[in-house]
Design a protein around this ligand. Structure first.
Ligand code: NAD
Length: 308
């Protein structure tokens, strides 16, 4: 199949593009390189440097005979969405809507979208939460992700486009940008490797659900199946505190740096873990990579990057 991956020069999108190529599909990456880079685009995929809000996207999808759109391009920082909610909505609501509208007009059959299990539910009750948990986001980023999900469902009902939403929890792994606002594993790993003090916001006992990026990429391959439809959490189902995560990384890197504790930032949840029962039952997807193994691979990749 011919698949356009928006955000394919970024962290998760580049792994998704790689997994699609490996599965024998043809891949075109659409990315404005705002946080992504050319080097991330896997060999065999074409790169079109373009903003997802560009009205010319529809002509591009038609010219390229795209059958499936996989939408990963986004503003990914919760913190930035609180500082500048209008900009966040421009990228994550209007940008997403332009992708759907272009896909509809280009006759695209299926749209697969990256959403966020860590933010759309808000403060989570009865962990691990299922897809039926109320949607009560605490940040403009989470609100935009919910809006993008609703628009997609609406497009599916109105135009019969096949729609799949994958709600990722905290994705980590090689190629995650350590210099952004998001991605605690990448940020901690980079700081520890440089011998710099890691900063923890709050008491570090807040929990997150960490899922390895190649497992997430595999979910995107399974989301191509005709039977894949609707919303799926894509997660590990396991709660890990930020303090415990840092401890694991310190052991892998071989450091014993005392973290600096800073005030908790608004919009952050106390606890987070999602259930993968639905995606396991419907698509046969499981998080295959245990956290210690995924962290070891991530640290090894960051070390290798530092030497290159
Ligand atoms: N990283 C996580 O833990 C996580 C968790 C849940 C959901 N997600 C979602 O997964 C997707 C990918 O996130 P990521 O962590 O790989 O981030 P990333 O910043 O590495 O990737 C985003 C990519 O989109 C591109 N991009 C941004 N705005 C664009 C625009 N207007 N037009 C074209 N390209 C644009 C960037 O250049 C970058 O290559 C996002 O939709 C994000 O919200 C990520």
């Amino acid at each position: 199949m011919r698949i356009a991956v928006t955000g394919g020069a970024g962290f998760i999108g580049s792994h998704v593009a790689e997994a699609y190529l490996r599965a024998g599909h043809e891949v075109v990456v659409v990315d404005n390189l705002s946080t992504g880079c050319r080097a991330n685009v896997p060999q065999g995929a074409e790169l079109q440097v373009m903003d997802i809000a560009d009205p010319a996207l529809v002509e591009f999808l038609i010219e390229q005979r795209i059958e499936i759109v996989n939408h990963h391009a986004a503003q990914v920082s919760v913190h930035l969405s609180i500082q500048d909610p209008l900009r966040d909505a421009q990228y994550n609501v209007l940008g997403s809507l332009n992708v759907y509208e272009a896909a509809r007009r280009a006759g695209v059959r299926r749209i697969i979208v990256a959403s966020s299990g860590g933010t759309v539910y808000g403060e989570q009750q009865d962990l691990p939460v299922t897809e039926a948990h109320p949607l009560q986001p605490l940040s403009p980023y989470g609100v935009a992700k919910v809006a993008a999900e609703h628009y997609l469902r609406c497009y599916s009902r109105l135009y019969g486009i096949e729609a799949v939403v994958l709600r990722y929890t905290n994705v980590y792994g090689p190629r995650q940008n350590p210099y952004g606002e998001a991605g605690v594993v990448a940020i901690f790993t980079e700081r520890l490797l440089r011998g710099q003090t890691p900063i923890i916001y709050g008491d570090g006992e807040q929990t997150r659900d960490y899922v390895y990026v190649t497992d997430v990429a595999e979910a995107n391959v399974l989301a191509l199946q005709p039977s894949a439809c609707g919303v799926y959490n894509c997660c590990s189902g396991v709660e890990t505190s930020v303090n415990a995560l840092l401890e694991m990384l310190q052991q892998l890197v071989g450091t014993r740096l005392s973290p600096q504790y800073a005030p908790l930032r608004i919009g952050e949840l106390r606890r987070s873990a999602c259930s993968y029962a639905r995606i396991a039952c419907s698509l046969g997807w499981y998080p295959r990579t245990p956290l210690p193994e995924g962290l070891a691979r991530t640290v090894a990749a960051f070390r290798k990057c530092g030497r290159e």
